[in-house]
Design a protein around this ligand. Structure first.
Ligand SMILES: N[C@@H](CCC(=O)N[C@@H](CS)C(=O)NCC(=O)O)C(=O)O
Length: 228
């Protein structure tokens, strides 16, 4: 698996692999940079930026986070049986990708200021309410249930937990908004993140990458403005 040594977008792939009790190796930052700077013809799959999943056993390589999540969902049987719910699970992965892009102002196009953050808060609360409403439509409460009403947590729940728990653990202002705006989703994220495989991944992530969420100046800007 190719992703930078931070959680951010790669963490969704790591979390799904961990949840399914699969082991993987991280190519590391140097190899990613080398591949990105080399010929497209030499790439395992043509890609602009990581994550990239390489499934050696199946001789398959895939880029684009939601496409990787779909592949893992299909091959590891983590998707619901109902086609509409399968599509909803991938919608959740795409929503998660949109949220992290907005949280990082599209990878650091600008830096956060107190004013731009305050302006963004209603939109972030709306994102949170989208999760809350989707869950409630499928019977989710703070104490029980899953995002799509399945009996066991699956892909949509792992993506949900990874998105919100990774962010809330690092940015106290996001955490306060999340608990207030989306209590049922917050309960789900806590339950799924506490599953041993995901708790161990979170611990390993802390040990290897420290407090980092994403890299670059935008990571520093987020730590400064989004954490009280
Ligand atoms: N839409 C892609 C975005 C990929 C992406 O932007 N990757 C970032 C890291 S999160 C990167 O390093 N990009 C390098 C680049 O675009 O030059 C996905 O969902 O995987």
């Amino acid at each position: 698996m190719l992703y930078w040594s931070v959680p951010f977008r790669g963490q969704f792939v790591r979390a799904v692999l961990a949840f399914a009790e699969k082991s993987w190796t991280e190519a590391g930052d140097d190899q990613i940079a080398e591949l990105m700077g080399g010929d497209v013809a030499d790439m395992p799959v043509p890609f602009m930026g990581p994550p990239v999943l390489i499934d050696n056993g199946a001789d398959v390589a895939i880029s684009q986070m939601p496409a990787i999540i779909l592949y893992l969902g299909e091959t590891l049987e983590l998707l619901p049986a109902d086609p509409a719910k399968r599509a909803l699970a991938i919608k959740v992965a795409n929503d998660a990708n949109d949220v992290i892009d907005e949280l990082t102002i599209d990878g650091g196009r600008e830096m956060w200021t107190e004013a731009s953050w305050e302006e963004f808060v209603p939109r972030l609360k709306k994102w949170m309410s989208l999760w809350e409403d989707l869950g409630r439509r499928h019977g989710l409460t703070a104490e029980a249930g899953t995002l799509l009403g399945e009996t066991q947590p699956g892909l949509a729940d792992v993506v949900t937990a990874t998105l919100w728990t990774t962010m809330c653990e690092r940015f106290s202002k996001v955490k306060a908004l999340f608990e207030q705006s989306a209590p049922a989703t917050a309960g789900l994220a806590a339950r799924v993140s506490a599953l041993p495989a995901l708790a161990q991944l979170a611990e390993r992530t802390r040990a290897e990458y420290g407090d980092a969420y994403c890299g670059g100046d935008i990571g520093a800007s987020m730590a400064k403005v989004l954490d009280a």
